[in-house]
Design a binder for this molecule. Structure first.
Ligand code: BTN
Length: 243
């Protein structure tokens, strides 16, 4: 397995995407960076992370095995891999917040950005970007962020955390090759934040509504039971889970 260790880069996702456009990249090639000048998050947000304290990395995966409408199974596999890796370091009260934030006690410890390369409606490859707050202890402008160190009171070796996440990624991504989709979905939904709990959402017009999270569809829509037994499907752009 090839690992490319960078000191500074705009974004490990952008770097790996560019590299895979220029040359053949082996599955599970990893790019890590100590510092990102333009780290990217979901929905066009920025990902800011303290250098030398946290983990920022991207992994290349050939995803031709996945039908394009089933692309969210990769997201489930990646969320579960990080979830299990953190659990193995005794990080407690973990949940997966749809689509793929990893929370501990309702605070975000890891963010995931998966970028798919699709050609002629067929998935080709995916760049799996992962940012884990490992040893950072001060989050000035981010009241909902936490780190492995804050949760456990322990300083972690980042290489060990990275290795464990990669091991778990290989394990969970193998479920895609064997098409064990139901297993992935069950495990993902079992650990979903606010599943079956009364929750409040904001739609894209800014209106609040309440409902119960029932699960996800194959393509990653959130299933919300709103009223009188009506279950609606929402895309990430359409809805924000508030509490
Ligand atoms: C999110 O929670 O919005 C997703 C954050 C993903 C951040 C990681 S850090 C490594 C990789 N490179 C990026 O530019 N983003 C991802």
């Amino acid at each position: 397995m090839r690992t490319i260790k960078l000191n500074a880069i705009d974004s490990t996702n952008s770097f790996l995407r560019q590299l895979s456009a220029e040359e053949t990249v082996e599955d599970f090639t990893v790019v890590t960076a100590e510092h990102q000048t333009g780290g990217r998050g979901q929905m066009g947000t920025k990902w800011e992370s303290q250098s030398a304290k946290n983990l920022m990395f991207s992994v290349f995966k050939d995803t031709r095995v996945l039908d394009v409408e089933c692309h969210f199974y990769l997201s489930m596999a990646v969320s579960l891999a990080v979830f299990e890796a953190l659990k193995s370091f005794q990080i407690t009260s973990l949940k997966i917040k749809w689509p793929n934030d990893i929370l501990s006690d309702q605070q975000k410890v890891c963010g995931i950005l998966i970028e798919n390369v699709i050609k002629q409606n067929q998935l080709q490859s995916s760049i799996i970007g992962i940012g884990i707050n490992v040893n950072q202890t001060i989050f000035n402008d981010l009241p909902n962020a936490t780190s492995m160190q804050l949760i456990s009171g322990t300083h972690f070796n980042r290489d060990q955390v990275l290795q464990e996440v990669l091991n778990q990624l290989k394990h969970y991504i193998s479920f895609l090759d064997s098409k064990s989709y139901d297993l992935l979905k069950q495990a993902y939904e079992n650990n979903l934040f606010r599943k079956d709990k009364p929750s409040t959402f904001k739609d894209k017009q800014g209106n609040l509504f309440s409902g119960y999270i029932k699960g996800v569809s194959n393509s990653g829509h959130l299933k919300v039971l709103i009223e009188d037994g009506i279950v609606k499907l929402y895309e990430l752009k359409e809805v924000q889970l508030l509490f």
